[in-house]
Every structure is written in structure tokens, then in C-alpha cells.
Design a protein around this ligand. Structure first.
Ligand SMILES: CC(C)=CCC/C(C)=C/CC/C(C)=C/COP(=O)(O)OP(=O)(O)O
Length: 419
């Protein structure tokens, strides 16, 4: 019979017969011989249906068929929702806002098409990076409460479809940035997809230093915003580093028009702000979900050394003080008033991070995490308020209107740069 089936090409049936008649290799035993589920006494028998109702499971009625939940049909509306979940919408919006904040803080002029293309291009790059991350982490996401309802885990979309989405957004994002903005911004976007979906995602299971790499990933979008306006991120003879010292510290001041200073120290300051912010934010969250991370096999500092995890969080919360009170105004992004106004939010966050380090515990971790949520919009708002060369009264149309007065005010605002 077996030969007849084979000659008819029924390879599937023949294969089943062959498998059931030969002993399975030990590594396949779990899948091919489910003897471990048989009741005592049946272990060494071939599977037989329990005609005599001797199996305890037969005492309980089987659930009705209507309880079987079919996978939802992907209507256009559902598909959009799934694409949003693959892109981790909230994270992508945050990434887009950090890149836009650099555009807003840049002294260089820009146009609406460049602004929109930068926003959409950055969002597409982020969508691709996040989809690629979820495709790789599907089996691990399935093990954690926080991530087990992600679309690939609940089979709302196939891995093939998700890969096509990741590819489409991963090509469209850098292409849009390349043609509508500039090649440097496009390369930063493409490079960041590789850094996040390639290096960081792989490192999460290999080394605790994944968090440091992940923080670089989060620091790159503001650089994209800066380069989108034509700004330079590396110093050169044409674009040297300017130090915007407060007037009382410089003896030989040279008044310059700040609205045209393309200072490479500015994008560095923005990068450092986003880089350091991620440690209190992520280490606190990572502490809260450390059990899930441990269960799913992630190599996280919060799992291996909770004290060091809190110390790293404290170190970067403390580093944010000189970043805001020295580096940012020194780069000319803001006036020196920001050095003072940013002190309050920074000290509040340092205090929370100190408590987390000193006493540990979930309550203190939650406090650090919650502080990190309001911190970024507050600091960005303050930076905009103190933006160098920005006259809010004039911008809001509330200026007295006298041109002479205007000129006087502008010369007062002139910033000093050492010769
Ligand atoms: C322009 C561009 C490509 C931007 C990419 C921006 C981006 C994806 C930033 C994410 C930063 C980060 C380390 C998140 C944590 O991921 P996780 O994998 O630890 O999060 P999870 O545990 O929730 O999956």
C-alpha cells in the first residue's frame, strides 16, 4: 500500500506512515510522539482513542466550537491600526517630535516642504525600524505581558506581510529624505534603522551595553532635524565650533548675528540631551518589567544588577544638569537664562533618581519613569522659550512697532562670541 501511495505521488501520507513506523530521533520526540500526554499505563503504547472514557479529560465537556476565535479579517481600517502597532505609534511620534524640535531650534531658515518631508521621512524610518524589531522579537514578545498583544504575536498580520511593510517604509523613508531634504539626513535615517533593528535588537539578548547603543539610536533624530535645515554636525574649517560665553566671562566680545550661526556644538548638545534622558527613562522602566525581561532571556542591567541599573540612571539624570545649564547655552541654542530655568526640572528629576538609587523599589522606579515623561516636553518648551535670537513679542505680533525701538532691542540681544 505504501508503495502504491508513493507511486501516486502522495508523499505527505507516505511520510506520515514512515514517521509513525520508525522510532523518532530524540530531538523530535516531543513533536512526533506525544506520549508524554498519555495517562499512566499508556506511555508505551501507540496512541489509541479512549473509547471507554477512561481519560479524565473526557469527564469535562469540550468547549463549544463557537469559542474558537478566528483571526480577524484585515479590513483597511484594521490594517492601518496594525501598521500603527508595528510602527509603535507613540514612540514614532516622539521620535518625529525630537527631530522637529531640532528644526524649530535651528537658527537656519527652512521651508514648509522640507519641514513636512523631514517629519514624514523620519516617521517612515522609525516605522521600519520598529517593525523589523518586532519581526525579530516575536517569540520573546510572546512571553512578556507588556508585549504579548503585539500584532505579530496575536497573528493579526503574517511575518511576510510585516516584512513587506518594513521594507516599503525602510525604502520610502530614506528615499523621501534623500530627494526632498538632503542625502546626509537620508543616510542618518537609514543608518539609524540598521543601528536599531540590527545592532541594538541583537545586543538586547547578548550584552547589557544594548542600552547605551539604544540611547545613541534615540539621540540621532534631533541630528536629522538639524541636518535637514542644512546644518552641519561635524566641525570643519568652514563650520568651526563657536562658544557662546555669557557676556560677563568674555573680555573681547564680537557681536554677531546669531540667526546665521551653524554651530556644530548645537546638534551635539541636542544629541547629548536625548542620549542622557534615555537612561533614567529606560532603566526605570526596565526595572519595573525586569521579571518579564528575565523570563524572556533579555540581558538587561536591571535583571543582572539592580543597584548598578539605578546608579546609571542617577549618573545620567545628574549629567543632564550641566548639559542644560552649560552645554546648551554655550552652544548658542538658547540664552543663558535657560541655564537657570532648567535647573528646577533637572533637580526634581535628580532627586527622584537619587531616591531610586538609595532605596531601590518599584515605587521609586515608577517615580523616575513618570518624571522622565514630563521632563522632555518641559525642557524642550523651555529651550524654545529661551531660543537664542528669538523675540517672542515680535513673533506674536505684540511688539510696539517702532522701528527704532526694534533696532535698539535687537542690538541688546546681540550675542557675544570670543574672537
Ligand atoms: C529615524 C529612526 C530610524 C529612528 C528610530 C528611533 C527608535 C526606534 C528609537 C527607539 C529607541 C529605543 C532604544 C527603544 C527601546 O526599544 P526596545 O526594543 O527595547 O522596546 P520594546 O522592548 O518595547 O520592544
Amino acid at each position: 500500500m505504501q508503495r502504491v501511495l508513493l507511486s501516486r505521488g502522495c508523499l505527505g501520507i507516505a511520510a506520515v506512515r514512515r514517521l509513525s513506523s520508525t522510532p523518532a530521533a530524540p530531538s523530535n520526540a516531543f513533536f512526533l510522539h506525544n506520549t508524554q500526554w498519555l495517562p499512566p499505563g499508556y506511555e508505551n503504547t501507540k496512541f489509541k482513542p479512549f473509547r471507554n472514557a477512561s481519560h479524565p479529560a473526557l469527564a469535562t465537556p469540550a468547549p463549544p466550537l463557537k469559542m474558537f476565535k478566528e483571526v480577524d479579517v484585515l479590513t483597511p481600517k484594521r490594517l492601518l491600526k496594525v501598521y500603527g502597532q508595528l510602527s509603535k505609534t507613540r514612540l514614532t511620534v516622539l521620535v518625529m517630535l525630537t527631530s522637529m524640535s531640532a528644526v524649530a531650534l535651528s537658527p537656519l531658515p527652512t521651508t514648509v516642504p522640507i519641514l513636512l518631508s523631514t517629519a514624514v521621512g523620519t516617521a517612515l524610518c522609525s516605522a521600519s525600524a520598529n517593525s523589523l524589531n518586532q519581526i525579530q522579537e516575536m517569540p520573546f514578545d510572546a512571553q512578556m505581558t507588556r508585549t504579548r498583544s503585539r500584532p505579530l504575536v496575536r497573528r493579526a498580520i503574517t511575518p511576510f506581510h510585516a516584512s513587506a511593510f518594513a521594507l516599503a517604509t525602510g525604502v520610502a523613508g530614506p528615499a523621501l529624505l534623500w530627494y526632498m531634504v538632503n542625502p546626509v539626513t537620508a543616510m542618518l535615517g537609514a543608518g539609524n534603522i540598521i543601528l536599531y533593528a540590527g545592532v541594538y535588537t541583537w545586543m538586547k539578548r547578548k550584552s547589557i551595553y544594548n542600552t547605551w547603543v539604544g540611547s545613541v539610536v534615540g539621540g540621532i533624530p534631533p541630528l536629522m532635524g538639524w541636518t535637514a535645515c542644512g546644518g552641519h554636525i561635524l566641525p570643519s574649517a568652514d563650520y568651526p565650533v563657536h562658544l557662546f560665553l555669557p557676556s560677563f566671562l568674555t573680555t573681547n566680545p564680537l557681536p554677531i548675528d546669531v540667526s546665521f550661526v551653524d554651530n556644530p556644538l548645537s546638534p551635539f548638545a541636542l544629541f547629548m540631551l536625548l542620549y542622557s534622558w534615555q537612561f533614567p527613562h529606560f532603566n526605570a522602566l526596565s526595572y519595573i518589567v525586569r521579571d518579564s525581561y528575565a523570563q524572556a532571556g533579555y540581558t538587561m542591567l536591571s535583571v543582572l544588577d539592580t543597584t548598578k541599573n539605578a546608579l546609571v540612571s542617577l549618573r545620567h539624570a545628574a549629567l543632564l544638569v550641566p548639559i542644560c545649564s552649560v552645554l546648551v547655552p554655550l552652544s548658542g541654542l538658547t540664552t543663558w537664562a535657560f541655564a537657570l530655568t532648567s535647573l528646577l526640572p533637572n533637580l526634581v528629576c535628580v532627586r527622584a533618581a537619587w531616591r531610586f538609587y538609595k532605596h531601590g523599589g518599584e515605587k521609586n522606579a515608577r517615580s523616575v519613569f513618570q518624571h522622565s515623561l514630563w521632563y522632555l516636553p518641559v525642557i524642550m518648551g523651555l529651550m524654545m522659550f529661551h531660543k537664542q535670537g528669538m523675540d517672542w513679542l515680535k513673533w506674536l505680533g505684540l511688539y510696539p512697532g517702532d522701528e527704532e525701538e526694534e533696532n535698539k532691542e535687537e542690538s541688546k540681544e546681540a550675542v557675544v562670541v570670543p574672537q
